[in-house]
Design a protein around this ligand. Structure first.
Ligand code: GDP
Length: 542
């Protein structure tokens, strides 16, 4: 069950083998850590289920969703996501397939939770981009793609819903190339579409994979001659012409260009009909990179270094409502984590023991005896760990690049029972550390402001304050509409600025200075007046 942690067993010989350096390399190089990016409704959930099914992580497709619904009924604030039919809670799923260990980091589907999604994308080495064959590139796919591009994350493309009416495949590829400025290399080609979708042609091998009408078993492969006959019998000669065009005119796959993020291999299929998933997964295993190097403040960390390093990219409370625990998700950047090991929590300089690191499978969590670079592990804690924190085996280094985004909405919290102000302060602090809300405390001592990147976050905060802290709150507008992190090369300049703008400055949860502004116009005015001060709308851990 959800809360019960079980120990993953590993034979003693396997454990000893994994202690040898070449074995460490081997373990790390078989990790594939990825996310799925898509527009809502394109089929991400369905594809996730099918991927897990292939990986043997779950018995029956459908359980990801079923379990989600069961869990949601247990917790009040989660009813928001049920009511709105969106997925607010993100998680990680680990499965093995074909000798590789896959870590699939789930990204929430709703635009309002982009902050969490963006942070999740700092923890992956590759992404699958799911596109609805009838709709092409949609808004949210484009935005998420842009985040991937910032980090040169290689993208594998899956064109989904080929069993329904689709757009012309060439047109879809063209759209990817034009709107994303990303080269495409079709790895398979659809034979027909909609009711006539018969299967796919494998461009490398010339084999055809047929979709079985009656079952999900789709392993029938036929050669070229059989294809010619099939197309003739179906009056689908246009497909033969398409295949000519594809073979002559489309980009060949280029591993280097893929790894640099400038070319995407494209697969076609139907997640619902369980078709094309195996090709996609094989492609991901073959082409997507093992754990990448990670930039830290003092140096770059290579995945196969012997010493363990990791950073926190996500905090989640209420994974299990019965336990009220808080899980910090860490991405291992190098080396090997062993249960019970002592690590350095770099921000505080303190040591901490990793007594109950956890792996997440589709249905269960398990105590992780060991984990390797590329893996994502959950660490239960009571607020010590924050987003962006680094853990090492003693080295003083901090990973960079985990972003905080300037809020689009600023509010004051109106408390129904004024006697509970102290409790509210503590609650906001905790929820801010978790990334649910941003809190800005004006340095002149006036009441704190809360900041949100999306409107839905207001409901989540209100519900969680009520359910977990017994606080009834409302929100009021503030004269301030913008918040920007303040920085300067010259410390004296910064001090001068802060002294001159005391009434409009606040501190965020980490104590970093923030300028509060009433409008874009007012902000520009301050910018012009203080050219040496930077006003950032993204704060990255540094
Ligand atoms: P998400 O919002 O991206 O997670 O999308 P879902 O996986 O929930 O799918 C949205 C809807 O599209 C659901 O009704 C699915 O059953 C349906 N769907 C997903 N994949 C396919 C597919 O390959 N073919 C068809 N016909 N429907 C699909």
């Amino acid at each position: 069950t959800c809360g019960k942690a079980q120990t993953m067993t590993m034979t003693e010989t396997a454990r000893q083998a994994a202690d040898r350096p070449d074995a460490l390399d081997q373990e790390i190089s078989r990790r594939r850590t990825f996310a799925i990016i898509s527009h809502p409704d394109a089929g991400k959930t369905t594809l996730t289920e099918k991927l897990l099914l292939f990986g043997g992580a779950i018995q029956l497709a459908g359980q990801v969703r079923a379990r989600g619904e069961r869990r949601r009924t247990r917790s009040d604030w989660m009813s928001i996501e049920r009511d709105r039919g969106i997925s607010v809670v993100t998680s990680v799923m680990t499965f093995e397939y074909g000798g590789n260990v896959f870590n699939l980091l789930d990204t929430p589907g709703h635009e309002d939770f982009s902050e969490d999604t963006y942070r999740t994308l700092t923890a992956v080495d590759a992404a699958i981009m799911v596109i609805d064959a009838a709709k092409g590139i949609e808004d949210r796919t484009r935005k998420l793609f842009e985040v991937c591009r910032l980090r040169d994350i290689p993208i594998v493309t899956f064109i989904n819903k080929m069993d329904r009416e689709t757009r012309d495949p060439f047109e879809v590829l063209d759209e990817i190339e034009k709107t994303l400025a990303l080269d495409t290399a079709p790895m398979t080609w659809p034979i027909g579409g909609g009711r006539d979708f018969l299967g796919t042609y494998d461009i490398e091998t010339g084999k055809v994979r047929l979709m079985n009408e009656t079952s999900d078993d789709h392993n029938d492969m036929i050669g070229d001659n059989a294809l010619t006959d099939l197309l003739a019998s179906r009056n689908m000669d246009h497909v033969a012409e398409e295949l000519e065009l594809v073979r002559d005119g489309c980009n060949p796959f280029d591993l280097g260009a893929f790894r640099e993020g400038t070319l995407t291999p494209v697969y076609w299929g139907s997640a619902l009909r369980n078709f094309g998933i195996k090709d996609l997964l094989d492609g991901l295993a073959r082409f997507s990179p093992p754990p990448r190097d990670q930039a830290a403040d003092k140096r770059t960390v290579h995945a196969n270094e012997a010493k363990m390093t990791a950073f926190v990219f996500k905090i989640q409370a209420n994974m299990d409502p019965n336990h009220r625990d808080r899980i910090a998700f860490i991405r291992l950047c190098s080396g090997k984590l062993t249960r019970g090991m002592k690590v350095r929590h770099v921000r505080s300089g303190k040591q901490m023991g990793l007594h109950t690191p956890q792996f997440f499978f589709a249905q269960e969590r398990h105590i992780a005896d060991e984990a390797y670079a590329g893996d994502v592990v959950g660490l239960p804690n009571h607020g010590t760990l924050r987003i962006g924190d680094t853990l090492t085996e003693g080295e003083d280094l901090t990973f960079v690049g985990v972003p905080n985004f300037a809020p689009e909405i600023l509010r004051r919290v109106r408390l129904e029972d004024a006697m509970k102000a102290k409790k509210l302060k503590q609650a906001l602090q905790e929820l801010a550390e978790e990334g649910v809300v941003q809190v800005f405390r004006p340095v002149d001592g006036s009441p704190a402001l809360v900041g949100f990147v999306g409107a839905l976050q207001l409901d989540v905060l209100q519900n969680r304050l009520a359910a977990e802290y017994g606080l009834t709150v409302g929100f009021e507008g503030s004269q301030y509409t913008l918040a920007r992190w303040i920085a300067a090369e010259d410390g004296k300049q910064l001090d001068e600025f802060l002294a001159a703008n005391r009434s409009a400055t606040a501190e965020d949860v980490d104590g970093d200075p923030v300028l509060l502004s009433t409008s874009g116009y007012a902000l520009n005015y301050v910018r012009d007046k203080w050219p040496k001060i930077r006003f950032a709308d993204i704060k990255e851990t540094q």
